[in-house]
Design a protein around this ligand. Structure first.
Ligand SMILES: CCCCC/C=C/C(=O)SCCNC(=O)CCNC(=O)[C@H](O)C(C)(C)COP(=O)(O)OP(=O)(O)OC[C@H]1O[C@@H](n2cnc3c(N)ncnc32)[C@H](O)[C@@H]1OP(=O)(O)O
Ligand SMILES: NC(=O)C1=CN([C@@H]2O[C@H](COP(=O)(O)OP(=O)(O)OC[C@H]3O[C@@H](n4cnc5c(N)ncnc54)[C@H](OP(=O)(O)O)[C@@H]3O)[C@@H](O)[C@H]2O)C=CC1
Length: 269
């Protein structure tokens, strides 16, 4: 499906980024992954049997490192067809405790880093090639606002709108941009680094009774960048078992009947 395509996946050393790199490589793409540390990148590369994944260290917040990464990929492969902006993250905190530096840190990583990568790949590769390209940025649901993550919710809303406006401006270059918004994903970071009470609450109470897997997010991204996804641009695609419409199981325990449903209203004559 992706034979001959060259992709960059940021944050490819772990979690969703690793699953995405493996998925794209499994469909024939040559994939360059980046992150701040070399070791996890090498671990991802070692999981791919055909040598299609290579890691280059890059901090997406640093303009010079982003430029150097894109230049290196072009020097090695001569083209870039796909960019997956996956690197990101935040710390859980009540909004009133987020310091200006903390807010800036999260916005800089998730929004500015995504902008730097997208702008560099578009101006150095997609536009000069005349062939356009595909960009998918990983954001998050619920879009109604995620309590405890004011900084990240704001940054991801910015990323989703950025994808939309660039989908308009860069349609003339054949560049398609979208966001894929996962719900709660059972990655190692989420399962081991987030506070146990937060993790357990979501694991037990999500609408579908199960968390999203990194592979499910990766398969959706692969579909969007595949020939079958050619008409997708300016979209936000949730991969969240319905987390965007409800963050709790239905029906709530307090009003559930013995059949696990809600009471039917008596007919009035
Ligand atoms: C219901 C839906 C759930 C959705 C759940 C989503 C889960 C995920 O997204 S999991 C996968 C993402 N991965 C991560 O979130 C990685 C873990 N997070 C981090 O590495 C950091 O939080 C980071 C994203 C902010 C990056 O850190 P870094 O750039 O290395 O920055 P510093 O650690 O130096 O911190 C700078 C600055 O930020 C403030 N700060 C950082 N951590 C905290 C904290 N735990 N509590 C409060 N404030 C924090 C703080 O201002 C730091 O400055 P200093 O105080 O001077 O250190
Ligand atoms: N897990 C979840 O429930 C959800 C996750 N998401 C989002 O999906 C994305 C991936 O999440 P997940 O796989 O769980 O998280 P991980 O923590 O496993 O992955 C984050 C990756 O990003 C890399 N990274 C972090 N900062 C930078 C940076 N400045 N420059 C380059 N790379 C960086 C990290 O590598 P290194 O440390 O080596 O730089 C790491 O490989 C994130 O944006 C996350 O917020 C969205 C919804 C839910």
């Amino acid at each position: 499906m992706l034979d001959g395509q060259v992709a960059i996946v940021t944050g490819g050393g772990s979690g969703i980024g690793r699953a995405t790199a493996l998925e794209l490589a499994g469909h024939g793409a040559t994939v360059v992954i980046c992150g701040r540390r070399q070791e996890p990148l090498d671990e991802t590369g070692a999981l791919e049997p055909h040598g299609r994944i290579a890691g280059i260290t890059c901090d997406i917040r640093e303009e010079d490192q982003v430029d150097a990464l894109v230049d290196e990929v072009l020097a090695r492969h001569g083209r870039i067809n796909i960019l997956v902006n996956n690197a990101g993250g935040q710390f859980l905190s009540p909004a009133e405790d987020i310091t200006p530096k903390g807010f800036r840190t999260v916005v800089r990583l998730n929004l500015e880093g995504t902008w730097l990568m997208t702008h560099a790949v578009a101006t150095k590769a997609f536009i000069p090639s005349g062939n356009g390209g595909r960009v998918v940025s990983v954001t998050l649901t619920p879009h109604t606002g995620l309590a405890g993550m004011a900084h990240s919710s704001a940054a991801r809303a910015g990323v989703e709108n950025l994808m939309k406006v660039l989908a308009i401006e860069w349609a003339r270059f054949g560049i398609k941009l979208s966001a894929v918004a996962p719900g709660v994903v059972a990655t190692e970071t989420f399962m081991t680094k987030y506070p146990a009470a937060f993790r357990d609450h979501y694991t037990e109470s999500v609408l579908a009774g199960e968390l999203v897997t990194p592979e499910q997010v990766a398969q959706t991204i692969a579909f969007v960048v595949s020939p079958a996804g050619r008409a997708i641009s300016g979209s936000v695609i949730n991969v969240d078992h319905g987390h965007d419409v409800s963050q709790v199981r239905y029906p709530p325990r307090e009003i559930a009947t013995e059949r696990g449903s809600i009471e039917q209203e008596a007919r009035r004559t």
